[in-house]
Design a protein around this ligand. Sequence first.
Ligand code: CA
Length: 219
Amino acid sequence: MRVLIVEDEPNLQRQLKVALEGAGYAIDAASDGEDGHYLGSTESYDAVVLDLGLPEIDGLTVLDRWRKEGHTMPVLVLTARDSWSDKVAGLDAGADDYLAKPFQTEELIARLRALIRRAAGQATSELTAGGVRLDARSGRVTLNGEPVKLTAQEFKLLSYLMHHKGKVVSRTELIEHIYDQDFDRDSNTIEVFITRIRKKLGPELISTTRGLGYSLNDI
Ligand code: CA
């Protein structure tokens, strides 16, 4: 899962980036509304954290433009203070959730997780496919109740496929959603990760549709 942070306060931006990377997300960050709008329009994100008070273009305008352009990714807005008018304006502009500053990073992560889950049509943070369970909250994966150790990239890939269970996901889509912008994206590594996940969780879990991509099965 890949998340865009648009926040002009350097310390807060860094703090959020570190916390969200620690929670298993690929993160891009922008420090003003213009860059933020550009990234959100041209890259693929599973969710966006958008500050409202931004230089260049304010957050509400950025959000309004994205929605008018047809970008539907879930957006959580950060309001500078506990102001009801900011919240109402944010929701009216198409925000999916809001959080007033100052906030606990844990709450932000929990809200993002819920937004991403809902956007994927999942009701709980525990995702299952056959004997495989992925707890998006703890980041733990088990096979028939036994813990399985995955690398950060394997976890990101599995988590994306589990959020889109039954759907064929192309290699390009996977690359767009598990790597941040600065990552050296080599599409061959996807095949390597898939092979490793199959080794750890069973060969039947992920099937390959030649020329189209991969899908996760309820085996
Ligand atoms: Ca700000």
